[in-house]
Design a protein around this ligand. Structure first.
Ligand code: CA
Length: 223
């Protein structure tokens, strides 16, 4: 899951990046509205955390411009304390939710989970594909009730595959959603992760159908 944070207060922006990084999100940060808008239209994000007051271009304008361009990435707007009018305007401009600064990090995480949850995901944040289960809150992966140990990146990788189960994903799509902008990732890194995930989630379960499939010439599919 890859998130864009547009916030001109460096301290807030960097602490969000650090905190979300620990929660297995790939995070890009920018400090001006114009950079934020440019990244939002060129890169592939799962969510944007957007401050309202920004140099260059304000949050409302960014929101309106993205929606006008038919870009429907969930947007969580950050507003200053007590500015009810800002919240109303934010939602009118196409934001999906807002959070008042200062906020508790736990609340930010809860909002992110709510905004990135697909309708068929269960409320308790567990993703399921066949007999494979992934708890995105406790970071636990299980197949046939056997716990699978995953590294932090393997977990994010598998989460992305599970959220897009039964869809063919190209290596570039996977890179765009699992790693942040600064990460220097080659497509064969994806192959290495696929190999490791197969070793952990498919190989030990010889009586189950392998879940990770290679679609030759295109990419991979889970399911
Ligand atoms: Ca600001």
């Amino acid at each position: 899951m890859r998130i864009l944070v547009v916030e001109d207060e460096h301290l807030i922006a960097n602490s969000i990046k650090k905190g979300l990084g620990q929660e297995r999100y790939a995070v890009d940060v920018c400090y001006t509205g114009t950079d934020g808008y440019d990244l939002a239209v060129t890169e592939d994000y799962d969510l944007i955390i957007l401050d309202l007051m920004l140099p260059g271009m304000d949050g409302l304008t960014i929101c309106q411009k993205l929606r006008k361009k038919n870009i429907h990435i969930p947007i969580l707007m950050l507003t200053a304390k007590g500015q009810i009018q800002d919240k109303v305007q934010g939602l009118d401009a196409g934001a999906d939710d807002y959070l008042t600064k200062p906020f508790a990090f736990e609340e930010l995480l809860a909002r992110i989970r709510a905004l990135t949850r697909r309708p068929k995901d269960s409320l308790d944040s567990i993703l399921e594909v066949g007999d494979l289960k992934l708890d995105t809150k406790s970071f636990e992966a299980k197949r046939k009730n056997k716990i699978i140990m995953l590294s932090s990146k393997e977990f994010s990788f598998l989460e992305y595959l599970m959220r897009n189960a039964n869809k063919i994903l190209t290596k570039n799509q996977i890179i765009a959603h699992v790693w942040d902008y600064d990460a220097d990732i080659l497509t064969n890194t994806v192959e290495v992760y696929i190999k490791n995930l197969r070793r952990k989630i498919d190989k030990p379960f010889i009586n189950s159908k392998p879940l990770i499939q290679t679609v030759r010439g295109f990419g991979y599919k889970l399911g």
